[in-house]
Design a binder for this molecule. Structure first.
Ligand code: NAD
Length: 300
């Protein structure tokens, strides 16, 4: 890859905007595009140049990064009737960072390869805070050669890079992580609720768990109980953070991935139902840790 390849960044939402801003801050020649006027305005405010369309953004770009909501958006962007794949510059590389179905990631990678382009799936962990701080973990599927081309750019947006295998493997690993996270968050909330129902103090209980055998991201970083952690979404009405509906999407993808290989994921399926219930009672837009509220609501 040349010293400073032109980068097109498609999808300037909660994650994409700070990621593109970090590339810009690192001195990269990056041009963004988003279908939402608000997202475009916010990216511009952060200093990221924007183009009027995805086609305009990819003109002259040797690197195309996408950070979109779900599989259908990604397939639509690259492969749809008006897809950009035929218009990407020869020799370019695609870094697909959204969390999507492994089968979709493979489909996009195969189509890119058929066009003579390199591609990796590189979903991320670390949330909006990690995207803003440039400390994301990239979970990569694709060839060694493609990852080595992408590495310097990924390093401008993150601090850890894991190569999981061929195309789609990054998405499989991301789903494994989020399935475990979803179940752990839900059961941590239940455990604290049980303790509180017995008169325990939620903070003391959480502090003990955070240094004991049930410690996890849920006890150390994002406690689901209001007031236990000042900076956790639970202490600000579950606003911000990682949305319930994004967790629900990831658990649906995990269920789909399990069915493809006949894997049994009883707790993953149960967690998916809990986040679906949380969506149904109107908390889809709130942080996923709000799932704890399900066990606190009285029906009588
Ligand atoms: P978001 O909804 O904030 O942003 C997605 C953006 O894509 C939106 O601004 C939307 O307008 C834009 N978009 C959709 N289709 C488009 C198209 N065809 N062309 C251009 N723009 C288009 O979502 P997000 O929170 O930034 O998440 C993005 C991805 O990252 C998702 O797959 C999500 O699961 C994953 N992720 C999110 C988090 C998090 O904490 N938010 C953490 C890890 C991974």
């Amino acid at each position: 890859m040349s010293q400073s390849p032109r980068i097109a960044f498609i999808g300037l939402g909660h994650m994409g905007a700070p990621m593109a801003a970090n590339l810009h801050k690192a001195g990269r020649d990056v041009t963004g595009f988003d279908l939402s006027a608000n997202a475009m305005a916010a990216a511009k405010d952060a200093g990221v140049p924007v183009a009027d369309s995805a086609r305009a953004a990819i003109r002259g770009a040797q690197v195309v990064i996408s950070m979109l909501p779900a599989s259908r958006h990604v397939e639509g962007l690259y492969l749809g009737d008006d897809g950009i794949l035929p218009h990407i510059e020869d020799g370019a590389i695609i870094l697909e960072c959204s969390t999507i179905a492994p089968a979709s990631a493979k489909k996009v990678a195969a189509a890119a390869e058929a066009r003579g382009l390199a591609a990796i799936d590189a979903p991320v962990s670390g949330g909006v805070a990690g995207a803003s701080a440039g400390t994301l973990t990239f979970i990569v599927g694709g060839s060694d050669a493609a990852l080595e081309r992408a590495r310097p750019i990924l390093q401008d947006m993150g601090k850890n890079i894991f190569h999981m295998g061929d195309a789609g493997a990054g998405q499989v690993a991301k789903l494994c992580n989020n399935m475990a996270l979803g179940a752990i968050m839900a059961v941590t909330g239940e455990a604290i609720a049980l303790g509180v129902a017995h008169g325990l103090d939620a903070k003391t209980l959480s502090d003990m768990m955070a240094v004991s055998t049930s410690r996890s991201w849920a006890t150390e970083v994002c406690n689901p109980w209001p007031g236990v952690m000042e900076n956790a979404p639970a202490s600000r009405g579950y606003e911000g953070g990682f949305g319930n509906d994004l967790m629900l999407k990831d658990l649906g993808l995990a269920a789909e991935a399990a069915m493809r290989v006949g894997a049994t994921i009883p707790l993953g399926e149960m967690a998916r139902n809990l986040y679906a219930l949380n969506h149904n009672v109107g908390r889809g837009h709130l942080d996923f840790s709000s799932v704890v509220q399900l066990v606190l609501e009285k029906t009588d």
